[in-house]
Structures are given as C-alpha cells and as structure tokens.
Design a protein around this ligand. Sequence first.
Ligand SMILES: [Zn+2]
Length: 481
Amino acid sequence: MTRTRTNRRFMEFEPVIGLEIHARIATKTKMFCRCDNVIFDAKPNTHVCEICMGFPGMLPLTNEDAVKKGIKAALALGCEIKEFSRFDRKSYFYPDLPKGFQISQYDRPISENGKIGNGDTKVIRVKRLHLEDDAGKLTHAGNSTLVDFNRAGTPLMEIVSEADMSSVEEASQYARQIQRIVRYVGASDADMEKGMMRFDINVSLRPKGERKFGIRSECKNLNSFRSLERALEYEIARQTEVLKSGGTVIQETLGWDDEKGVTISQRSKEEAADYRYFPEPDIPPLVITKAMVEELRKEIPELPEAKAARYQSQLGLPVNDARQLAESQELAGYFEKALDVSGSAKKTANWILVELVALLNMKGHAISDCKLSPQNLGRLVRLIEEGAITGKIAKEIFAELYEGNLDPEKLIEKKGIKVMGDSGELEKVCKEVVGRNPQSVADFKAGKEKALGALVGQVMAATKSSANPKMVNEILRKLLA
Ligand SMILES: [Zn+2]
C-alpha cells in the first residue's frame, strides 16, 4: 500500500474525456405536442398543454420536422441513420418532469457511429445522436422553488461522443465544432445564452501509457464553453490530487458551481437499470427509409471544415482567415457574395475580418444585422484594387458607406474624392520629390531598396494620400532607372 502511494505521487496522469451535448432542435413546436418551441423570455407556464404537462390519457404525436432536423445533424456528424428506431420511457421522478418519465431513445437510437475532425483537428468519434424531449425548469427562490413547464417537451438531440478527448482544449474544440455543425445544417440555433445547448462531461484519469480507463465522474448541465473548460480543469486537478495521495476516485454525478468554481457531488451515479427504460407504448417506432435519408442529405450545405479547407486551397487564404470566415454560414455567405464583385479573395477577407468586424462589434451588430451589402463592400475592395481610391481613403469613408449602405463609387464621386492616376500630375509630384531628395536617390541607386520607401512616403504626404501607392512605386522606379 505504501509503495503504491509513493509510486503514484510521481506518476504522470492523462485525462480521458467524453462529452454529451444536448441541443434544442430548431422547430416551431415541441417534440410531441403543438405547443410553441420558442420559449425564451416567455412568461412561465404559458406554452403548455395536456400532453407536455403529462395529463393522463393524452397521446403524444412525433414532430416530423424535429426528426428531419435530427437526421440532418446526424448526417453532418457522419452518423449512420437507422432504418428502425424507437422512443423509450426513461423513468425518474423530479418536480420539473410532470410525466414522471422523459421520452428518449435508449437501445435503438435514430443514429450511431459518426465522427468529426480531419487532418487539422483530432478525429473524435460520435457514438450516437438520439432524440428526446426536455424537462421543465426549476428556479430556487429563497425557501421555495418555482417550476416553469414551458421547456417541458421541447425537442432535443443528444450527441454522445466516445471518450476520445485527452485535454481541455480538445474537448472545448469538439464542443465548438458541434455547435458550428448543428447551426450550419439549421438543426439548432445552439445559442447558449438562451439555454439551447448544454454539456455533460465525463472525466477519468489514467497513468500515461495505460490503456485501461480509470473511474470516471460525470458533471452535468454546463451551459457555456467557459464553464465547460473550467469544470474540466477543476475535475482533472481534483482527480489528480486524489490519485496522487493514494485515494480512489468515486463514480458519481457532479454539479458545477460557476460562482465558486468547484464541482459539487450530487448523487452516486445511476445505472441504466435505475431508469427502468422500456419502449414508449404511445409512440409508433420511427421508420426512416433510405430515400428519405438521401433527400435530407441533399439539403446539407458545405460544412464549416470543408469550407475553410476550400478557402485555403482554392482561394489561397491563410488558415486563420479561412476558419474565421467559415465560422458561420452568414459570414461565409457574405464573403462569397462580396468576392463575386471584388475579384480579390485576400483583400476581401481582410476587409471583412478587420474593418467590417470591428465596425460590427462597435455597433453591437451581428453579421445578420449588417447594413452594408456584400456587393457594396465588394465594390469598395475592387476600387482599391484598381487604384481608384487608396486604402486610407476607403477606411475614412467606411463608416459612412456602412450607415447608408452606399455604393462607394457614387460616394467618392459625390465627395469629389479624386485619385491621382497615372496622369502627368502624379508624375510631376514624383519628379519634385526626387529633386528634393538627392540622398535617398543616391541610396536607392546604390542598391538600398529602403530608400524607395522613403520617397514613396514623401509622395503620399505631398498628395495627402490620394495617390495610388502602387502607381507611385512604378513611376519612381521609372524615374530612377
Ligand atoms: Zn404541449
């Protein structure tokens, strides 16, 4: 015993992490009744009926749209869709569960065996995606507890990973990937501030190099990426401490106290048998034909990872730009429309990710609220590329363009902004600058490239930045040749 203790103290442990992600399916109505599924900010207990309140004798009816969206998410996660699946009752008592059971899928889920990730990101296997309904919500207020049944019966998909992650960062990346994917296919808005996505984590430690899993703890209902990361860090540190001091990790279910930053033991872990799963007798099994699956597969857009890879390989964008643009379908769509007009991928990406994003952040606008059309942004980039205006001027007029969604060509005409093209005018300024700076000229002729930059700077200053720097460069090189 003492020996084990000493050995463990110097042992290196590695975490083994699995995630269960619950995401609210973006439907008009709940999973098994016609109540409104858009419940955020609604007055408590206003979106309820006999079915989602679990009145005796009521018959649930499966929401077809929820099933279709669940299938689309499953396909995007690379899962196989099962031709035959069914719903089960998961029995437990809780005050926010009026039926006394949750309707879920136990041993016959709608989909299994997926994976996400590619060469760039670690491949994480998705064990299954199944459909279920949600419970209501309890609010503890002083000595009493209030219950709101608006959430009871709202449609969920639960995405269960294999325990393939071995660091906080991998788990966090995986969770973010899942969020992007379910949003891309329109299966869930996955808005965590509105409680549309939550995480359960399970963590165990094992000595580095060991293949056998250790005893795991489960931490439930994490509702932000930040709390997911913090809870994982905490659990890894706590279990390391327990193991290093010669103790044993207990298999248990934990809660996360976000304020104190600690996990709290809630109960020892239930086994599946505790839930007395049995087939839901009121709902016919789901039969999904191959034809239905292929129809739905057609509706799946290019997914974020594939899109980012394409932006890199076809458009030559740097990896970070490509990933940022592919982050949401709206942003990627905006970029592609702007690019159609501008013709320059790199410049367009830059203008969107730097200038536009900064302006949107300042105004608190999402890309979906963006006032400037992608076409007008594309026109602006094209004007800069053609040398009709300088980048500096473009930045100066950008806020005005944005506010009025203006055509930049018309605005610069109206403002009388003139760019010195390759007119004699610009050449005249260049000649003057050359004449005034014999030292720089001599330096450049002696092979110092930097000296040219100084001359370009002087020309830009003399023209109040209205000259096209590329053109100034060319003229100066000609004059100095
Ligand atoms: Zn209802």
